[in-house]
Design a protein around this ligand. Structure first.
Ligand code: SF4
Ligand code: SF4
Length: 497
């Protein structure tokens, strides 16, 4: 049997070949803290979780034939409902626009105020914060939890652990449950879930999301931000010396020392009393006094903790504060600081903001002016044209008419671009006319084969541009599409009918 590993001689690169590749996790026991940033975090937590859990239960009256759920991703019918807005699959560019806006918004926030998304609004942060609050409520604050971790198993420890994990699981189930309600009528699905009649995929989705919520927010916590999330690495590229970060003002805090040593040698000791309050409240377990770090999610709880210490000592606040690298250097030299608006309203931020606003306004304009109907026209190729016995030329087209309203409608179809063009349906037996009235089913597409007949005298070229226009018979909207009309070459009479 091999003996225990002995320290190996250092490799030429200086690394010990027996050392572990990954550092073992040191469990973080964040301490309770109070202050304005903590209050703000509570507000964001309640707001975001409230929106997430309540939204599927909000109703929106869209009339008799439409679902009344305010926000609904109707996969079966390939629709997305958002209040009065209904997005069809062919309008997916709206969703793409929203995603682009979300990405740009993240750039904008990061460039101006650093990792505010990570610190306050990221789902991982919000749910972890909620899970930590439950843990604190059940097992006590930092010292109690450390003691409980070290204590041997007892009835009390078992009861506390069981209660904590049961509440965590309950939150995880509710989180998965809320998600599936976005995809179908929430009250109906809840009834089906409770009576065991919901589709398997609903139970499976809740199961997966229960597992991920419980493990990511309850067990893995800060490791998700440190090791799994790519965003901290991407953000580093967006930050510059004018980005706001949670910063320890080393020029003011160092050399750190106790109150006693400061009193014994006035003027030689900095403001930091090395009380570790900032480290103990940190949800990622880092020491902000070591400078900016990848693990720092910029939650600002260390600012609250340190300000509390400074207040008690009667020293100025903001030894740890939100500031930029440039302002920190200027402050350390006693220089006058530029006004805050100048730091925030710099070109990079303004450009991100302008692009973001332009996309948003563009989408609103397109949304406001979009038609509730659509047309698509395809020219038939076999044959491309027919020369009729009276000399007229005829082309055939497949016309698809889309009615986005939840009531049957009639559309008047006309064609322009060639004089005296007339339309007919081959199956109707009616004489060609300048206008065809076509019925279209509610909330769907109807396809018609349409023939266009044009006197030879009206045609100059082999290929002419024509425009099909569909106009709602009730006058409520129109839509058009351009296509080609093909005629024979002068010396070629084409197929004769
Ligand atoms: S809370 Fe403030 S005083 Fe205490 S260790 Fe941190 S920086 Fe120093
Ligand atoms: S160092 Fe401060 S701001 Fe950064 S994660 Fe820790 S508590 Fe939050």
């Amino acid at each position: 049997m091999p003996g225990p590993l002995k320290p190996a001689p250092a490799a030429p690169n200086g690394l010990n070949p027996n050392s572990a590749f990954y550092k073992a996790r040191e469990k973080v026991h964040p301490k309770k803290v109070e202050g304005p940033f903590r209050l703000f975090k509570w507000a964001v937590l309640f707001l975001t979780l409230g929106i997430y859990y309540i939204t599927p239960w909000l109703r929106w009256d869209r009339g008799e034939f439409s679902p009344d759920q305010a926000v609904l991703v109707d996969l079966a019918n390939r629709r997305f409902y958002f209040g009065p807005i209904e997005i069809w699959p062919q309008e997916f560019y709206y969703v793409a626009g929203l995603l682009i806006m979300a990405g740009l918004g993240l750039f904008l926030v990061t460039t101006s105020v650093g990792r505010a998304w990570c610190g306050y609004a990221c789902p991982q942060t919000v749910w972890t914060d909620l899970y930590m609050a439950v843990e604190r409520w059940v097992e006590g604050d930092r010292n109690d939890r450390i003691k409980l971790d070290k204590a041997p198993m007892s009835a009390e420890k078992l009861a506390k652990r069981t209660t904590k994990h049961a509440i965590w699981l309950g939150i995880a189930v509710l989180t998965g449950g809320a998600w599936v309600f976005y995809f179908t009528d929430a009250p109906t699905l809840l009834r089906e879930l409770l009576t065991g009649q919901a589709p398997f995929v609903a139970y499976a989705t809740i199961g997966v999301l229960t597992f991920t919520t419980y493990s990511l927010a309850g067990l893995m916590r800060e490791q998700v931000c440190t090791y799994m999330c790519p965003w901290p690495r991407i953000q580093s590229a967006m930050l510059d010396e004018d980005s706001f970060l949670v910063t320890y003002k080393a020029w003011r805090g160092e050399p750190r020392g106790s109150v006693k040593s400061a009193e014994a040698a006035p003027g030689t000791i900095g403001d930091c009393v090395d009380c570790m309050a900032c480290v103990n409240v940190c949800p990622t377990g880092i020491d902000i006094r070591n400078g900016p770090q990848l693990e720092c999610i910029t939650c600002a709880l260390c600012i609250d903790a340190c300000n509390d210490v400074m207040d008690k000592l009667g020293r100025p606040r903001d030894l740890i504060g939100y500031t930029t690298l440039k302002r920190d250097v200027a402050e350390s030299k006693g220089e006058t600081l530029a006004p805050m608006w100048k730091v925030i309203a710099r070109p990079r931020v303004l450009i991100y903001g302008a692009v973001w606003a332009a996309i948003g306004i563009g989408m609103l304009v397109v949304l406001a002016g979009r038609s509730r109907m659509d047309i698509s026209v395809a020219q038939e190729r076999n044959p491309v044209f027919v020369v009729l016995s009276d000399g007229d030329i005829r082309n055939s087209y497949t016309v698809k008419l889309l009615n986005k309203e939840h009531r049957p409608r009639e559309f008047d179809l006309t064609v322009s671009g060639l004089d005296n063009a007339r339309l007919s349906l081959p199956v109707s037996g009616e004489a060609p006319a300048k206008r065809l009235r076509l019925k279209v089913r509610p909330d769907g597409v109807d396809t018609y084969r349409v023939q266009v007949r044009v006197p030879a005298a009206s045609i100059e070229d082999e290929q002419s541009e024509i425009v099909f226009k569909a106009r709602a018979a009730d006058g409520d909207g129109d839509t058009m599409e351009t296509t080609r009309f093909t005629a024979p070459e002068r010396e070629d009479d084409g197929d004769q009918e």
